[in-house]
Design a protein around this ligand. Structure first.
Ligand SMILES: C[S@@+](CC[C@H](N)C(=O)[O-])C[C@H]1O[C@@H](n2cnc3c(N)ncnc32)[C@H](O)[C@@H]1O
Length: 256
């Protein structure tokens, strides 16, 4: 049976299965090391933008960070609330948040900044993130350069769960021009009686590492670009298309 549905609303119950191969512990360890290396604020208040079901937040909490999360899906935030009962959660778009509290570290992984669409929205998100950081605080997020997107980059994972076999597939489609990057997602669930298949499509933003670097600098950040390798902090080799952007807010900057 074929269905369409949104992974982050009606299919949110499958999200953790979809991401079962994502190593959130490694991401959190990376984030903690990058914060120790580039951050100069004294606290450990962490905001995860597009926090999904809270898997990274849970790992950050285990490392002694206090937790806040933002997402525009009530269903995803409901899952975060169960996983991280002490987290402060905000239902909001990536390009329109404004917080009263300030953070030492802001994360946004699994390429979620690309959900800020179009590029003007990414600019807005970065400006707001800068305002939301304490002086000496750090933002970090992963990014794919649209020049590196090939038609054959789909990720396929499989999982046995509750007597059913799941196949999850996702991949970006980029026409080669413009700001629109399409994410195609499918979930196939087989059990002895039935096969069900859901498909979903998200509009994301196509951009380049160089352009986001400029947006970060314009927002006020001092930028470091690292390889997207969560096992190590490695300077970007200027060849690869998948990176982690790290932005520092100067210690001297006054609170707004
Ligand atoms: C690929 S998931 C990543 C979730 C989480 N960061 C993780 O690593 O598991 C993308 C998340 O972004 C959220 N999202 C998509 N567009 C958004 C927007 N414009 N504003 C806020 N959240 C958004 C979705 O609801 C979803 O939870």
């Amino acid at each position: 049976m074929e269905h369409s549905g949104s992974l982050y609303t009606d299919l949110s119950v499958y999200y953790d299965g979809f991401c079962h191969e994502v190593d959130y512990a490694a991401q959190a360890e990376f984030a903690e090391r990058a914060f120790a290396c580039f951050g100069h604020s004294e606290g450990r208040a962490c905001m995860d933008l597009a926090c999904g079901t809270g898997q990274l937040l849970a790992q950050m909490g285990a490392r002694g960070f206090t937790l806040s999360g933002l997402d525009n899906s009530a269903e995803m935030l409901a899952a975060t609330a169960v996983r991280c009962p002490d987290a402060e959660l905000v239902l909001c778009d990536l390009a329109s948040f404004s917080f009263t509290s300030r953070f030492d570290v802001i994360t946004c992984f699994l390429y979620s900044l690309h959900y800020s669409h179009p590029v003007a929205a990414i600019r807005e998100t970065l400006i707001r993130a800068y305002q939301a950081l304490k002086p000496g605080g750090v933002i970090m997020f992963d990014l794919v350069d649209c020049q590196g997107i090939t038609p054959h980059n789909d990720v396929i994972t499989r999982l046995e769960q509750d007597g059913a076999h799941f196949t999850f597939q996702s991949g970006w489609r980029y026409s080669g021009e413009g700001e629109e990057l399409a994410l195609h997602v499918s979930i196939c669930r087989d059990d002895v009686n039935d096969t069900q298949r859901w498909t979903d499509r998200h509009v994301m933003t196509a951009t380049t590492i160089a352009d986001v670097n400029k947006l970060m600098e314009a927002a006020g950040f001092e930028v470091t670009i690292l390889e997207r390798d969560f096992t190590a902090l490695r300077q970007w080799d200027e060849q690869s298309f998948n990176v982690v952007m790290v932005g520092q807010k100067a210690l001297a900057d006054e609170e707004l």
